[in-house]
Design a protein around this ligand. Sequence first.
Ligand code: TXA
Ligand code: MG
Length: 328
Amino acid sequence: MFTNKTLITKSPVSAGEIIREGGVVVFPTETVYGIGASSFNHDACLSIYRIKNRPPDNPLIVHCHSIDQVTEIAHLTGKARVLLERFAPGPLSLILKKRDPRIFSTGLSTVAVRIPAHPTARALLEAANLPISAPSANLSGKPSLTRFADVVAVFDGKVEGILEGEPIEWGLESTVIDLSTPIPRLLRPGSIEKEDIESVLGAPVEIPHSPELLSPGVKYRHYSPEGQLFLVDSLETFTSVAKPPNARDSKIQEEDSPIRIAKIGFGFQPQSERELLVASNEEYAAKLYSFLVDCDHNQVTHIYCQKPKPGKLYAALMNRIQKAGAIG
Ligand code: TXA
Ligand code: MG
Protein backbone atom coordinates (compact mmCIF):
# COMPACT_ATOMS: atom_id res chain seq x y z
CA MET A 1 0.00 0.00 0.00
CA PHE A 2 1.69 3.20 -1.08
CA THR A 3 0.03 6.53 -1.32
CA ASN A 4 1.36 10.04 -1.29
CA LYS A 5 -1.62 11.20 0.78
CA THR A 6 -0.83 11.36 4.50
CA LEU A 7 -3.54 11.48 7.15
CA ILE A 8 -2.34 13.83 9.90
CA THR A 9 -4.45 13.05 12.94
CA LYS A 10 -4.77 13.23 16.70
CA SER A 11 -6.85 10.06 16.70
CA PRO A 12 -5.03 6.88 17.79
CA VAL A 13 -8.07 4.93 16.57
CA SER A 14 -7.69 6.25 12.99
CA ALA A 15 -3.94 5.68 13.10
CA GLY A 16 -4.51 2.17 14.48
CA GLU A 17 -6.82 1.40 11.55
CA ILE A 18 -4.10 2.47 9.12
CA ILE A 19 -1.67 0.08 10.81
CA ARG A 20 -4.21 -2.76 10.70
CA GLU A 21 -4.75 -2.13 6.98
CA GLY A 22 -1.02 -2.42 6.25
CA GLY A 23 -0.04 1.25 6.28
CA VAL A 24 2.87 3.06 7.90
CA VAL A 25 2.30 5.58 10.71
CA VAL A 26 4.69 8.01 12.40
CA PHE A 27 3.85 8.37 16.10
CA PRO A 28 5.35 9.88 19.26
CA THR A 29 6.97 7.81 22.00
CA GLU A 30 8.50 9.06 25.25
CA THR A 31 11.98 8.88 23.66
CA VAL A 32 11.75 9.98 20.00
CA TYR A 33 9.17 9.65 17.20
CA GLY A 34 8.83 6.16 15.71
CA ILE A 35 7.80 5.10 12.19
CA GLY A 36 5.74 1.95 12.57
CA ALA A 37 3.85 -0.83 10.84
CA SER A 38 2.21 -4.08 11.90
CA SER A 39 4.93 -6.55 12.94
CA PHE A 40 2.89 -9.23 11.13
CA ASN A 41 2.86 -7.38 7.80
CA HIS A 42 6.27 -7.92 6.23
CA ASP A 43 5.57 -5.77 3.16
CA ALA A 44 4.57 -2.85 5.39
CA CYS A 45 7.71 -3.35 7.50
CA LEU A 46 9.85 -3.42 4.34
CA SER A 47 8.33 -0.15 3.19
CA ILE A 48 9.70 1.47 6.39
CA TYR A 49 13.18 0.58 5.09
CA ARG A 50 12.41 2.19 1.72
CA ILE A 51 10.99 5.35 3.27
CA LYS A 52 13.92 5.81 5.69
CA ASN A 53 16.57 4.46 3.29
CA ARG A 54 17.49 2.14 6.17
CA PRO A 55 20.17 -0.53 5.66
CA PRO A 56 18.29 -3.83 5.21
CA ASP A 57 20.24 -5.69 7.91
CA ASN A 58 19.26 -3.26 10.67
CA PRO A 59 16.39 -4.87 12.63
CA LEU A 60 13.35 -3.04 14.03
CA ILE A 61 12.16 -2.79 17.63
CA VAL A 62 8.77 -4.45 18.23
CA HIS A 63 6.55 -2.21 20.36
CA CYS A 64 4.07 -4.02 22.60
CA HIS A 65 1.38 -2.71 24.96
CA SER A 66 1.87 -5.26 27.74
CA ILE A 67 4.13 -7.92 29.20
CA ASP A 68 1.52 -10.47 28.08
CA GLN A 69 1.94 -9.36 24.48
CA VAL A 70 5.74 -9.59 24.81
CA THR A 71 5.28 -13.16 26.06
CA GLU A 72 3.36 -14.03 22.90
CA ILE A 73 6.11 -12.93 20.54
CA ALA A 74 9.33 -13.66 22.48
CA HIS A 75 10.68 -16.09 25.07
CA LEU A 76 10.49 -14.15 28.30
CA THR A 77 13.39 -15.15 30.56
CA GLY A 78 13.32 -14.58 34.32
CA LYS A 79 15.66 -11.60 33.93
CA ALA A 80 13.44 -10.11 31.23
CA ARG A 81 10.38 -10.39 33.46
CA VAL A 82 12.17 -8.75 36.38
CA LEU A 83 13.33 -5.85 34.18
CA LEU A 84 9.96 -5.34 32.53
CA GLU A 85 8.15 -5.44 35.87
CA ARG A 86 10.45 -2.69 37.10
CA PHE A 87 10.91 -0.49 34.00
CA ALA A 88 7.93 -1.11 31.69
CA PRO A 89 6.24 0.80 30.35
CA GLY A 90 9.32 2.90 29.69
CA PRO A 91 12.43 3.58 27.59
CA LEU A 92 13.92 0.07 27.69
CA SER A 93 14.33 -2.36 24.77
CA LEU A 94 15.22 -5.99 25.44
CA ILE A 95 16.74 -8.40 22.94
CA LEU A 96 15.07 -11.77 23.49
CA LYS A 97 14.80 -15.03 21.56
CA LYS A 98 11.97 -14.76 19.06
CA ARG A 99 8.97 -17.00 19.65
CA ASP A 100 6.30 -16.07 17.09
CA PRO A 101 7.64 -16.79 13.58
CA ARG A 102 5.13 -14.34 12.06
CA ILE A 103 6.99 -11.37 13.55
CA PHE A 104 9.04 -9.44 10.97
CA SER A 105 12.77 -9.76 11.55
CA THR A 106 15.83 -9.45 9.38
CA GLY A 107 16.61 -13.15 9.54
CA LEU A 108 17.67 -13.05 13.19
CA SER A 109 16.51 -15.56 15.80
CA THR A 110 16.21 -12.72 18.31
CA VAL A 111 13.85 -9.78 18.52
CA ALA A 112 14.02 -6.39 20.27
CA VAL A 113 10.89 -5.63 22.31
CA ARG A 114 9.84 -2.47 24.08
CA ILE A 115 6.70 -1.35 25.95
CA PRO A 116 6.51 2.42 25.47
CA ALA A 117 5.18 4.71 28.19
CA HIS A 118 3.98 7.58 26.02
CA PRO A 119 0.17 7.84 26.29
CA THR A 120 -0.30 8.37 22.54
CA ALA A 121 1.92 5.40 21.67
CA ARG A 122 0.01 3.27 24.17
CA ALA A 123 -3.34 4.37 22.75
CA LEU A 124 -2.11 3.51 19.24
CA LEU A 125 -0.94 0.04 20.34
CA GLU A 126 -4.29 -0.59 21.98
CA ALA A 127 -6.25 0.63 18.95
CA ALA A 128 -4.14 -1.41 16.50
CA ASN A 129 -4.26 -4.41 18.83
CA LEU A 130 -1.09 -5.68 17.17
CA PRO A 131 2.62 -5.42 17.93
CA ILE A 132 4.11 -2.49 15.99
CA SER A 133 7.61 -2.67 14.51
CA ALA A 134 9.15 0.79 14.54
CA PRO A 135 12.59 2.32 14.23
CA SER A 136 13.16 5.97 15.04
CA ALA A 137 11.35 8.27 12.59
CA ASN A 138 14.19 9.98 10.74
CA LEU A 139 15.90 9.49 7.43
CA SER A 140 18.73 7.02 7.94
CA GLY A 141 21.87 8.71 9.22
CA LYS A 142 20.09 11.92 10.22
CA PRO A 143 19.20 13.02 13.76
CA SER A 144 16.13 11.36 15.31
CA LEU A 145 13.12 13.64 15.48
CA THR A 146 11.51 14.91 18.67
CA ARG A 147 9.22 17.71 17.39
CA PHE A 148 5.91 17.25 15.60
CA ALA A 149 6.66 20.00 13.04
CA ASP A 150 9.93 18.29 12.03
CA VAL A 151 8.13 14.97 11.59
CA VAL A 152 5.53 16.59 9.31
CA ALA A 153 8.26 18.34 7.30
CA VAL A 154 10.12 15.06 6.68
CA PHE A 155 7.29 12.47 6.40
CA ASP A 156 4.21 14.24 5.00
CA GLY A 157 3.58 12.57 1.62
CA LYS A 158 5.83 9.59 2.44
CA VAL A 159 3.68 7.64 4.96
CA GLU A 160 -0.02 6.85 5.31
CA GLY A 161 -0.41 8.48 8.72
CA ILE A 162 1.18 10.89 11.18
CA LEU A 163 -0.22 10.76 14.73
CA GLU A 164 0.06 13.88 16.84
CA GLY A 165 0.18 13.58 20.62
CA GLU A 166 1.69 14.77 23.87
CA PRO A 167 5.22 16.23 23.68
CA ILE A 168 8.22 13.94 23.97
CA GLU A 169 9.81 13.64 27.40
CA TRP A 170 13.29 12.10 27.09
CA GLY A 171 14.65 13.00 23.66
CA LEU A 172 17.13 10.09 23.36
CA GLU A 173 16.31 6.56 22.20
CA SER A 174 15.68 3.69 24.63
CA THR A 175 18.38 1.74 26.44
CA VAL A 176 18.98 -1.54 24.57
CA ILE A 177 19.89 -4.61 26.67
CA ASP A 178 20.69 -7.97 25.10
CA LEU A 179 19.24 -10.77 27.22
CA SER A 180 19.69 -13.48 24.60
CA THR A 181 23.04 -14.47 26.15
CA PRO A 182 23.80 -15.67 29.71
CA ILE A 183 25.39 -12.34 30.72
CA PRO A 184 23.23 -9.32 29.87
CA ARG A 185 24.89 -6.80 27.55
CA LEU A 186 24.30 -3.09 27.09
CA LEU A 187 24.05 -2.48 23.33
CA ARG A 188 22.90 1.16 23.51
CA PRO A 189 22.97 3.45 26.57
CA GLY A 190 19.83 5.44 27.37
CA SER A 191 18.03 7.10 30.24
CA ILE A 192 17.74 3.79 32.11
CA GLU A 193 21.38 3.42 33.11
CA LYS A 194 23.59 0.32 33.20
CA GLU A 195 23.75 0.68 37.01
CA ASP A 196 19.92 0.79 37.24
CA ILE A 197 19.73 -2.51 35.37
CA GLU A 198 22.49 -4.09 37.45
CA SER A 199 20.87 -3.15 40.72
CA VAL A 200 17.50 -4.60 39.69
CA LEU A 201 19.09 -7.81 38.36
CA GLY A 202 21.60 -8.04 41.19
CA ALA A 203 24.14 -9.07 38.53
CA PRO A 204 26.64 -7.31 36.28
CA VAL A 205 25.84 -6.05 32.78
CA GLU A 206 28.64 -6.18 30.20
CA ILE A 207 29.51 -3.46 27.75
CA PRO A 208 30.58 -5.43 24.68
CA HIS A 209 33.85 -4.39 23.04
CA SER A 210 32.18 -4.28 19.64
CA PRO A 211 28.47 -3.67 20.05
CA GLU A 212 28.32 -3.28 16.25
CA LEU A 213 28.85 -7.04 15.89
CA LEU A 214 25.85 -7.71 18.12
CA SER A 215 23.49 -4.93 17.20
CA PRO A 216 23.49 -4.27 13.49
CA GLY A 217 22.29 -0.68 13.82
CA VAL A 218 25.21 0.41 15.94
CA LYS A 219 27.76 0.18 13.13
CA TYR A 220 26.10 2.80 10.93
CA ARG A 221 26.71 6.51 11.12
CA HIS A 222 23.86 8.08 13.05
CA TYR A 223 22.25 11.31 14.14
CA SER A 224 24.53 13.20 11.80
CA PRO A 225 23.96 16.87 10.94
CA GLU A 226 25.43 18.50 7.80
CA GLY A 227 27.93 20.64 9.69
CA GLN A 228 31.10 19.41 11.35
CA LEU A 229 30.56 18.59 15.00
CA PHE A 230 33.11 19.10 17.77
CA LEU A 231 32.99 17.70 21.30
CA VAL A 232 34.59 20.28 23.60
CA ASP A 233 35.24 20.72 27.34
CA SER A 234 34.16 24.35 27.37
CA LEU A 235 32.25 26.54 24.93
CA GLU A 236 33.57 29.98 25.78
CA THR A 237 36.63 29.82 23.52
CA PHE A 238 34.68 29.01 20.36
CA THR A 239 33.42 32.41 19.33
CA SER A 240 34.89 32.29 15.86
CA VAL A 241 36.03 29.22 14.02
CA ALA A 242 38.63 27.67 16.20
CA LYS A 243 39.02 24.05 15.35
CA PRO A 244 40.46 21.69 17.91
CA PRO A 245 43.98 20.79 16.75
CA ASN A 246 43.01 17.19 15.99
CA ALA A 247 40.21 18.17 13.59
CA ARG A 248 40.49 16.21 10.36
CA ASP A 249 38.50 15.68 7.17
CA SER A 250 35.99 18.43 7.86
CA LYS A 251 32.89 18.03 5.73
CA ILE A 252 32.97 21.76 5.11
CA GLN A 253 34.78 23.32 2.18
CA GLU A 254 35.83 26.40 4.05
CA GLU A 255 36.98 28.53 1.11
CA ASP A 256 33.57 28.47 -0.57
CA SER A 257 31.08 28.49 2.28
CA PRO A 258 30.38 31.04 4.97
CA ILE A 259 31.19 29.96 8.52
CA ARG A 260 28.18 29.59 10.82
CA ILE A 261 28.66 28.48 14.40
CA ALA A 262 26.18 26.80 16.75
CA LYS A 263 26.74 25.70 20.36
CA ILE A 264 24.99 23.65 23.02
CA GLY A 265 26.12 23.33 26.62
CA PHE A 266 26.24 24.70 30.13
CA GLY A 267 27.05 27.99 31.83
CA PHE A 268 27.90 30.23 28.86
CA GLN A 269 26.37 33.41 27.46
CA PRO A 270 24.50 32.63 24.23
CA GLN A 271 25.28 35.26 21.57
CA SER A 272 22.79 34.14 18.93
CA GLU A 273 19.67 32.03 18.48
CA ARG A 274 21.94 29.20 17.32
CA GLU A 275 23.55 28.97 20.76
CA LEU A 276 21.60 26.87 23.23
CA LEU A 277 22.16 27.03 26.98
CA VAL A 278 20.99 23.97 28.93
CA ALA A 279 20.77 23.61 32.70
CA SER A 280 21.14 19.83 33.12
CA ASN A 281 21.89 16.60 31.28
CA GLU A 282 18.12 15.97 31.21
CA GLU A 283 17.54 19.22 29.31
CA TYR A 284 20.55 18.49 27.07
CA ALA A 285 19.07 15.08 26.17
CA ALA A 286 15.60 16.52 25.57
CA LYS A 287 16.94 19.22 23.21
CA LEU A 288 19.99 17.67 21.50
CA TYR A 289 18.22 16.29 18.41
CA SER A 290 16.04 19.33 17.78
CA PHE A 291 19.18 21.47 18.16
CA LEU A 292 20.94 19.36 15.49
CA VAL A 293 17.90 19.61 13.19
CA ASP A 294 17.93 23.40 13.63
CA CYS A 295 21.65 23.42 12.77
CA ASP A 296 20.79 21.86 9.40
CA HIS A 297 17.91 24.29 8.81
CA ASN A 298 20.27 27.20 9.53
CA GLN A 299 23.14 25.85 7.39
CA VAL A 300 25.43 25.71 10.39
CA THR A 301 28.96 24.69 9.44
CA HIS A 302 30.59 24.28 12.89
CA ILE A 303 28.68 22.75 15.81
CA TYR A 304 30.26 22.79 19.27
CA CYS A 305 28.76 20.35 21.78
CA GLN A 306 30.02 20.63 25.33
CA LYS A 307 30.75 17.38 27.17
CA PRO A 308 27.75 16.44 29.35
CA LYS A 309 28.08 16.53 33.14
CA PRO A 310 29.26 13.35 34.86
CA GLY A 311 26.37 11.25 36.19
CA LYS A 312 22.93 10.49 34.87
CA LEU A 313 22.59 10.49 31.05
CA TYR A 314 26.34 11.07 30.56
CA ALA A 315 26.84 7.74 28.73
CA ALA A 316 23.78 8.18 26.53
CA LEU A 317 24.65 11.77 25.57
CA MET A 318 28.31 10.96 24.84
CA ASN A 319 27.22 7.98 22.73
CA ARG A 320 24.86 10.10 20.59
CA ILE A 321 27.28 13.04 20.22
CA GLN A 322 30.11 10.70 19.17
CA LYS A 323 27.85 8.76 16.76
CA ALA A 324 26.85 12.09 15.22
CA GLY A 325 30.45 12.30 14.07
CA ALA A 326 31.95 14.55 16.73
CA ILE A 327 35.67 15.25 16.61
CA GLY A 328 37.42 15.85 19.90
O1 TXA B 1 13.49 4.72 21.79
C1 TXA B 1 13.58 3.91 20.87
O2 TXA B 1 14.10 2.79 21.00
C2 TXA B 1 13.02 4.34 19.51
C3 TXA B 1 11.49 4.47 19.64
C4 TXA B 1 10.82 4.76 18.33
O3 TXA B 1 10.98 3.31 20.23
N1 TXA B 1 13.36 3.38 18.48
C5 TXA B 1 14.61 3.26 18.01
O4 TXA B 1 14.76 2.34 16.98
O5 TXA B 1 15.56 3.91 18.42
P1 TXA B 1 16.07 2.24 16.06
O6 TXA B 1 15.74 1.28 14.99
O7 TXA B 1 16.47 3.57 15.65
O8 TXA B 1 17.13 1.56 16.99
C6 TXA B 1 16.99 0.20 17.36
C7 TXA B 1 18.32 -0.40 17.72
C8 TXA B 1 19.21 -0.52 16.48
O9 TXA B 1 20.54 -0.22 16.86
C9 TXA B 1 19.05 -2.01 16.13
O10 TXA B 1 20.17 -2.52 15.44
C10 TXA B 1 18.88 -2.64 17.50
O11 TXA B 1 18.09 -1.73 18.22
N2 TXA B 1 18.19 -3.92 17.39
C11 TXA B 1 16.92 -4.17 17.01
N3 TXA B 1 16.67 -5.49 16.99
C12 TXA B 1 17.81 -6.12 17.38
C13 TXA B 1 18.20 -7.49 17.56
N4 TXA B 1 17.34 -8.48 17.34
N5 TXA B 1 19.47 -7.73 17.96
C14 TXA B 1 20.34 -6.72 18.20
N6 TXA B 1 20.03 -5.40 18.06
C15 TXA B 1 18.78 -5.12 17.63
MG1 MG C 1 17.43 5.19 14.91
